[in-house]
Design a binder for this molecule. Sequence first.
Ligand code: VG1
Ligand code: CO
Length: 543
Amino acid sequence: MSIQTVQTTPIAGQKPGTSGLRKKTAVFMEPGYLENYTQAIFDGIGGVEGKTLVVGGDGRYFNDVAIGTILRMAAANGAAKCIVGQGGLLSTPAASHLIRKREADGGLILSASHNPGGPKADFGLKYNGPNGGPATEGVTEKIFARTQEIDAYRILDGGEVDLGALGDSALGDMQIEIVDPVADYAELMGELFDFDAIARLFKGGFRMCFDAMHAVTGPYAHEILENRLGAPAGTVMNGVPSPDFGGGHPDPNPVWAKALMDIMYADDAPDFGAASDGDGDRNMIVGAHCYVSPSDSLALLADKADLAPGYAGGLAGVARSMPTSAAADRVAEAKGMASFETPTGWKFFGNLLDAGKVTLCGEESAGTGSNHVREKDGLWAVLLWLNILAKTGKSVSELMADHWVSYGRNYYSRHDYEAVDSDAANDLIANLRGRLGDLAGQTVGDLTVSGADEFSYDDPVDGSTSSGQGIRIYFEGGGRVVFRLSGTGTDGATLRVYLEQLETDAAALGKDPQEALAGIIAAADALAEIKVRTGRDGPDVIT
Ligand code: VG1
Ligand code: CO
């Protein structure tokens, strides 16, 4: 086994997006593609000589092969040690925890998250730093710059690692430790939540259905919900990770987790339903006949987190991504907590969490998490909900109804237009951007625009600025629409339209969100000419 230096040339388009580099699997499998990007990560972070890295992924097609390549490259680049999840598996939050717990120098997480997997679907790779969180923009810019000037990568010319065998081994001069992907994470959850109270809940006949969507959370959910908390076998469905997620789309929302929605809206619905995504960092929460929007979930958790032992001392503050509804802000204000509005993507929460400015964070895209790791965490959110249900003795729908009476309801929906022609999508945004100065005071249907801008974020911790983070249009009476292009898609452009309307009238809290938002939806189309410019009659996905 010797170290090879392989000559290469830059490959266009290796630009990390909202959460690492995501491309079609076939692109990642092209000769040199993964190698170039991995070397650019190593170079972009100042080399890996003598460093310890955590490596794991969500088990999608190509996961194991790619891990083999990454390990041989880490060894050839002088890394001291790689800690790898058994079978190549690590959920994103478990990887974040492992980096922190073992004080590693960083980690490589292989996932395209909620995007489908398989030879014809998507693959992804991202680097997380020593705090366990996704690389900040400063770091991803360095990685991208390296991809544009790379001329060689280093790799061992042989050496196989048996990812299935727990324990220590070596690859060249590098140590390898294969760890149980679930154990450390499950232990952490046991420290944060009142497992006895949740176990009593299940013992009392409380019924739950957790849809792992054939993705990475299956083994975690089996161990924690069924083995440790005593939920009956069968509580976890689709709990065996598969390379193509059973042919499905592992995005936990009412559209892609329809099987779970059907169960939760049936006559004999269980008390609680939940789902997680490809890499285990997203969550969907649904009670019997009661879907909880991720923005509302964040607000409810911010209100009641102190019922869990890990948060009994209260929260330092709450952060949400800009397109997420203002429901959490209303809780923060009422409780006198700090609140922050960041650009989309978990990497923007890391500094706030490290600085102790916030305890809870969340995104409208079904991501919620806390300072226990530096990623969003699907099962964590589910367990916090269970803890709150156990402690209050209320149902999900009772909790939500109470919440809206106390704080008002931020009706919310996101409309996605997928695989839109990139030029048309860019033009739509550019057109809005060009008119921002003229919109205030204009009336659209029954609505009057009260203000409009393009979101730019000044990080209060490191002083960096991230601009171009979405077009915001506010209406008199507490309405808002946000337009943004996705940074995780792999087909053309995905236009996301985020719609919100605050309602404080106690008699109007029980409406269907699409009805409550009808005026905002019409205004969004009128202002941005969505139908005309995309050539679509309506959104592909409504969540
Ligand atoms: C989407 C979501 C964003 C999330 C990101 C990564 O990004 O909107 O909130 O942080 O996915 O989530 P975009 O750029 O497509 O809107 V995950 O679970 O895919 O790592
Ligand atoms: Co994810």
